[in-house]
Design a protein around this ligand. Structure first.
Ligand SMILES: [Zn+2]
Length: 412
């Protein structure tokens, strides 16, 4: 039985059927929000029975917007490690810090959590090609899930996208179109293409309301991990901001189901040189205005114009009592180094969560007595050059056991 009951437009309130193939609202072009029969789920879905299912995003399938479980396209995404990091907590200045590492997803980033849903919808709707615009991680994920489903993929990326990300996409068989300009400019052109009707591809990009529902699984996994007593705060990097918005939605659903009785403070972090949502939050705005983007090491967080998504992120922050904060590149690099001291190899765009929490505590905007989950969203291998420049490979090469011994003894 499917508990997904369709969509409601957040702009005009128009309702849509669960079987409809939709991106934005056909009437007013606002975002669509998926609905579920929560009262039936409250009666029929046992949170503890879900724990016994095979690990991954699809444990929560009754809370995802699909109609055919036979269409599911999976690579084993979700249920990523939740690691208590006491040294990192001390360095950041909080009592209890957990790192949820989405670097452990199949293609090395958070995107798999949502692309598994859009790839499944592409199969349900019988498309042959998946497409997206991307700063790199989404492209890798779309390419991988298209391959898994036996479909083709086309991805549009800025010409300065990190080489490992485009390499991954190409190796999975994607057609790559490199585009001059920064991400928000490319996003605008890509959306114009998709809505032009000139191509019949399944859009896994900005406007897909099915895809975003996959991000709710952060909330389910976090709540379950803590025995249904959620932590004080969840911190997430933000480009468009839908990860934090959907995590908040996941917590609200669980509250409605009677699974949890409180919701963490939703906290989003952006790079200071590309922080439109942070600026809007500090100004008390309910929508996000585009900004002029500056350079940042956090290449995956290059959205200078979050558009409709930004308002959803602001709502999550505001309604949960959370906050939004920007961090400098130097703080991001320090955060990557702190994560490495816990054995975690995380790309700059993922490490911003740690940098943001550290700044929040230092500025008194987060309490040192909090328990916090920071989501780190991508592997260090995804933006390798940004890390390779931080280390020096020794020139010396030992030759034979005597030299090896002296080198070892010199280290002590
Ligand atoms: Zn509408």
């Amino acid at each position: 039985m499917a508990y997904f009951t369709g969509f409601t437009c957040v702009g005009c309130g128009a309702p849509y059927q669960p079987s409809q193939d939709l991106l934005l609202c056909p009437v007013c072009h606002s975002l669509l929000e998926a609905n579920y029969d929560l009262s039936a789920l409250r009666d029929h879905l046992d949170r503890d029975a879900i724990a016994a299912r095979p690990k991954g995003v699809w444990r929560w399938r009754e809370l995802l917007p699909i109609l055919d479980v036979g269409a599911i396209v999976t690579l084993g995404e979700g249920d990523t490690p939740m690691l208590r990091c006491d040294r990192l907590a001390h360095a950041v200045g909080v009592r209890e810090l957990w790192v949820k590492s989405d670097a452990s997803n199949p293609t090395g980033s958070l995107k798999d959590r949502s692309i598994t849903v859009s790839a499944t919808k592409a199969v349900e709707f019988a498309y042959r090609v998946l497409s997206c615009d991307s700063t790199g991680n989404k492209a890798s994920s779309v390419a991988a899930y298209a391959a898994r489903a036996g479909l083709d993929s086309v991805v549009f990326c800025p010409d300065d996208t990190p080489i490992p990300k485009v390499t991954q996409s190409l190796f999975f068989g994607a057609k790559l179109i490199r585009v001059r300009g920064h991400y928000s400019q490319i996003n605008a052109m890509y959306r114009k293409l998709i809505h032009s009707g000139r191509v019949n591809w399944y859009d896994c990009g900005t406007d897909n309301p099915f895809r975003y529902e996959g991000k709710k699984t952060y909330a389910y996994e976090i709540a379950e991990h803590f025995g249904w007593q959620p932590p004080d705060r969840v911190v997430h990097p933000a480009n468009g901001g839908m990860s934090i918005a959907k995590t908040w939605k996941g917590f609200r659903e669980m509250q409605a189901l009677g699974w949890i009785d409180r919701i963490p403070k939703m906290t989003l972090v952006q790079a200071a040189n590309c922080d439109p949502i942070v600026r809007a939050s500090l100004a008390g705005a309910v929508t996000v205005a585009p900004i002029e983007k500056g350079p940042t090491i956090a290449s995956a967080l290059a959205g200078a114009d979050p558009g409709l998504l930004g308002a959803r992120a602001l709502e999550a922050v505001r309604e949960s009592g959370g906050t939004a904060i920007g961090v400098e590149d130097s703080e991001i690099i320090e955060a990557m180094t702190l994560l490495a001291k816990e054995g975690l190899f995380i790309e700059p765009s993922g490490a911003v969560a740690i940098a943001g929490l550290r700044r929040l505590v230092a500025s008194g905007r987060a309490d040192a007595d909090e328990s916090v989950v920071c989501v780190v969203t991508g592997s260090g291998f995804k933006d390798f050059d940004a890390i390779a420049s931080r280390v020096t490979i020794p020139d010396d090469v030992v030759d034979g056991y005597e030299q090896l011994l002296s080198a070892a003894v010199a280290i002590g």
